[in-house]
Design a protein around this ligand. Structure first.
Ligand code: GTP
Length: 187
């Protein structure tokens, strides 16, 4: 079967106030298979990639967002037609972790508090000496949402591929369970 999925890769930093979390690097590693040093603040960027999982082919539209912080009002476009989220903080920035918490609340409310497929990512795990957020904290937060947690490094292709595979699996799982629920109502 063929499906179209929209996924937001969300960091939640304004370039001026927060450490960039590496979401552009993750998207680039996922789509192009490489890591490039250097930093350009993202305005908004979209990527497309076809991902095959088992027998299913997913047409992924990836939106790399910019300029969110805990005070931003969530744009409508972050909710409507979006099937899943990769929420990225940097393990070297406690602030980025706190921003992610408030962003999740807004997304969850925006989706009418229904179950939203989310993968929470603690990026820059290769910079361990500068760590401000422990893996166990990320894991606990993700568990409280019923979401998946991963640490990653945009330098590593396999870790990065794993994030996007996971979010697609989560989207498929959540949609299937809603599908079953609807069938139940019909009965
Ligand atoms: N060591 C290390 N550096 C990383 C990693 N991911 C990103 N970086 C670096 O961190 C900087 C910012 O990365 P970006 O991918 O541009 O971050 P961003 O979250 O997209 O930033 P905005 O565009 O401001 O939203 C760049 O210099 C990257 O090379 C990582 O996993 N490990």
């Amino acid at each position: 079967s063929e499906r179209t999925e929209d996924v937001n890769v969300d960091d939640l930093d304004t370039a001026a106030t927060l450490l960039p979390t590496g979401k552009t690097s993750l998207a680039h590693q996922f789509v192009e298979g490489e890591f490039s040093e250097g930093y350009d603040p993202t305005v908004e960027n979209t990527y497309s990639k076809i991902v095959t999982l088992g027998k299913d082919e997913f047409h992924l539209h990836l939106v790399d967002t910019a300029g969110q912080d805990e005070y931003s009002i969530l744009p409508y476009s972050f909710i409507i037609g979006v099937h899943g989220y990769v929420l990225v903080y940097s393990v070297t920035s406690l602030h980025s972790f706190q921003v992610i918490e408030s962003l999740y609340q807004k997304l969850h409310e925006g989706h009418g508090k229904t179950r939203v497929p989310v993968v929470l990512v603690g990026n820059k795990a290769d910079l361990s000496p500068e760590r401000e957020v422990q893996a166990v904290e990320g894991k606990k937060l993700a568990e409280s949402w019923g979401a998946t947690f991963m640490e990653s490094s945009a330098r590593e292709n396999q870790l990065t591929q794993g994030i996007f595979t996971k979010v697609i699996q989560e989207i498929a799982r959540v949609e299937n369970s809603y599908g079953q629920e609807r069938r139940c109502h019909l009965m």
